[in-house]
Design a protein around this ligand. Structure first.
Ligand SMILES: *Cc1c(COP(=O)(O)O)cnc(C)c1O
Length: 350
């Protein structure tokens, strides 16, 4: 028997996530996870999870989370859609908006999941390069795409586009604009307030980074009722499991805990940047919980391998534009010390 799949599936290779070492003591700075544990209230909520709730299907419309998040963000609960990670929300929106005649557009370099979602959906992709400063490229206004995605702050560069700029883009696009704010908790400001004026805008948030819940899988989007209505038609009925809903609820209600961790991480980020500059490296500014750094001697790939040998994992991407760079997640103070010590050894002239 010979089986075959749709042409687009046969041709694609699929998204490559960062390596997950089984060894929990590894210094893992390769997938931008939060180095600190989630709020103690999350752990308590999971411990107290009523077994009866495991037997039943979970709330389809994530009622408790929506109500709490609406209060935190000052929006209508009906404007919130939740997903099994922010990645699932990206899938839902691509399915809502795109097909063979309805392209997906985004500036590059950016999150490498977007093209994979387009390949699965079999829609055309319009990639427009950022300028050297990470500004919105003028051609992005002109694509005519059904869906445009702007990762802001951007991954893997760490650059940030001011909300006024994003508002202008939203105002000029005829399609939907999704602003992927997975890292926005580490930036100075965000685009949530633009929803008042832009009804083609979707703001995407993740609980994986600032809220330390990457393993739980929970993300959410805020958008106009018309966009939410379309997404509700496409999503699975029970797309977020009960444990994730309970954990995300406790986490979103504990804003003080989240803010305290974000402050610790941004302080460590600035410390890392300063230390790397003292070693003669030139890390870019970052509005996220990671840093992109260029290496020449030894080359990035060699630095990456030497770090792996020391049980320190950072990210080296296959794209040619990123071949000379490593993306390093900001770790705890101790993890960052370990990283810096290792880099000092590796970069020492032989
Ligand atoms: C981490 C990340 C996401 C998705 O996060 P989830 O873990 O699925 O919530 C989306 N976009 C970008 C740019 C990310 O880095």
């Amino acid at each position: 028997m010979t089986i075959s799949f749709r042409d687009n599936i046969e041709k694609m290779s699929g998204y490559t996530p960062g390596f997950q070492p089984a060894d929990l003591s590894a210094v893992k700075l390769n997938t931008n996870e939060n180095p600190y544990p989630p709020s103690p209230r999350v752990i308590a909520a999971l411990r107290n999870l009523e077994p009866e709730l495991l037997r039943r299907y979970p709330p389809q419309r994530w009622d408790a989370f929506r109500t709490a998040a609406a209060e935190v963000f000052g929006v209508d609960p009906e404007m919130i859609v939740c997903g099994n990670g922010a990645d699932e929300i990206l899938t839902i929106l691509v399915r809502c908006c795109c097909d063979r005649d309805r392209p997906l557009a985004y500036p590059v370099l950016t999150y490498s999941l977007y093209p994979e979602l387009a390949r699965i959906q079999d829609c055309p992709v319009l990639e427009v390069p950022f300028d050297d400063y990470g500004n919105i490229p003028p051609r992005l206004y002109e694509t005519g795409a059904a869906l445009t995605i702007l990762c802001n702050p951007n991954a893997p560069t760490g650059t940030f586009i001011a909300p006024q700029q994003v508002a202008q883009l939203a105002g000029r696009l005829s399609g939907v604009l999704l602003v992927d704010e997975a890292y926005v908790d580490f930036a100075e400001t965000n685009c949530l307030h633009l929803l008042d004026a832009c009804d083609n805008l979707v703001i995407l948030r993740s609980m994986s980074k600032a809220y330390s819940l990457a393993g739980m899988r929970f993300g959410f989007a805020v958008a106009s009722r018309r966009i939410v209505a379309a997404m509700l038609k496409v999503k699975d009925s029970y797309n977020v499991n009960i444990a994730a809903q309970v954990a995300a609820l406790a986490a979103i209600k504990d804003q003080d805990y989240c803010h305290a961790n974000v402050r610790r991480i941004t302080a460590q980020r600035e410390r890392l940047i300063t230390a790397l500059r003292r070693m003669g490296l030139e890390p870019g500014d970052s509005h996220t919980n990671f840093i992109l750094v260029k290496f020449t001697r030894p080359p990035a790939r060699e630095v990456y391998e030497k770090l792996c040998a020391r049980n320190i994992y950072v990210r080296h991407f296959p794209q040619p534009e990123l071949a000379d760079k490593l993306r390093i997640s900001v770790g705890s103070e101790q993890q960052n010390d370990t990283l810096l010590d290792a880099l000092r050894e590796i970069l020492q002239p032989a």
